[in-house]
Design a protein around this ligand. Sequence first.
Ligand code: ATP
Ligand code: MG
Length: 507
Amino acid sequence: MNSSDPRTDAPHNPPRVIPRAEHTVSRSHISPNALRVLYRLRDGGFQAFLVGGCVRDLLVGLEPKDFDVATDALPEQVKRLFRNCRLVGRRFRLAHVFFGQEIIEVATFRAASAPSEGEEPAEEDFAEEEAGAEEEAGAEEEEAELIDQGGPRTEVHAAEFEAEHIDRVAPQPDADLERMFDATGRILRDNVYGSVDDDVWRRDFTANALYYNIADFSIWDYVGGAEDIAARRLRLIGDPETRYREDPVRMLRAVRFEAKLGFQIEPASAEPIERLRPLLGAVPPARLFDEMLKLFLTGHGARSLPVLRRRGLLAALLPSVDAYLAAHPDSLVERLLMKGLANTDARVIAGRSVTPTFLFALLLYGPIAAIIESMPTSRWHELSAILDACDQAVRDTQRHIAIPKRFSLGLREMFALQPRLEHPRGRRALRLLGHPRFRAGYDLLLLRAEFGLASPERAQWWTDVQAATEEEQGRMADALGGATERPAGQKSRRRRGGRRRRVPSGS
Ligand code: ATP
Ligand code: MG
């Protein structure tokens, strides 16, 4: 067993208390709902701190994604203080306090390090997932909304995989700690309440371990986090290798924070990543799907990709994408991918909806193209070749990342739409405007056209036809005339494949 005990390893020194006058976290930047929760806990006689990413983000001048509260109140005590509160998690109870769309997560101090919070949904969430599964091909907007809300359903999958994994590895319980590790040192169970002095040692990076105390607006720093934030440095708390083994997702979190914050991972925390990346293979694929969304759909996806590649983690997460990019340096496909990620970031920043369907279509574009091009040329123009390639690329990816079916089906539809968008036939083509994947398919066509992988004139036609009146649309469709009557194969995937082969990529 490789894991140390953070409680005994931890020097139980008092924190450095940074008074209000000496830091920049102002209540005017804290969500009023988070403040309400903090004040009510305080007035109930409890300790209450903001903790984690929100304190870090406020210190670097970013707007926090969410506000997490840590307290010495037990979950049941929290529930008694708030009407709008639900306890979630089976192995470790957390309180969610609801204010319309906003959820403030209130965690009781914990005594040991553990996999990421929020991984264990309440039983009700399982019920929701089952109900949701029936509306399979749901509208894009709905998916986007899910993501906007932090994608709680994907966490359901994480818990399912986690449970399965626990059975499979038959870990040894550590009776004293009430913790369980598997053979690689990964923590599987963790169930001990503690004090704030204990809570700090289970956190991942020093920058994520600052506590903003509502009692006097000071910040408590046990681990030098304030100094590391000022130096824009990511440093794991404790021995890096042990902490990565306990929870390999911390490697992905390191990369995510490097990309999001522009921080440097300090050498001792960076060194084990390349070596330990195979451990990501033991992480439940649904949890990796969640991490993918945090890496790529929270406004810094274009920065995440090069950092993942540089740290060798793309190979662990999306081996086919990593292999494609390595084999085709500076390809048009890579440029299409980077531009698509940048467009997605811009949408996130503008508060517009985004969907994993489009994200995976971008990421898998290269592998899908490579699979098609590996088929006999006689198949390149067949729709079945496109669909087979999508299925194979998705299957390869599913070995590591659990892509929910509604997204993989969406991806397939987006690719199947490409030849239909490239060769619209008369008025029938107008029906595509009402196709549930039209928007995503059209966005992909625009990107392809931008990089010479589809006809810019045809992409423009679809742009124009959307802005036209019904009458004009009819005339535009009629005017397609002879151009639409060419043999199907002549300009479809075969032509695309042919063009792509001219990409200076060695394919
Ligand atoms: P962001 O919300 O910007 O993605 P964050 O740091 O707030 O970043 P969360 O996943 O919201 O990340 O987690 C909140 C806090 O919980 C973290 O700041 C960290 O202290 C702790 N934490 C989360 N995941 C882990 C983990 N895998 N290992 C250790 N601590 C973790
Ligand atoms: Mg957070």
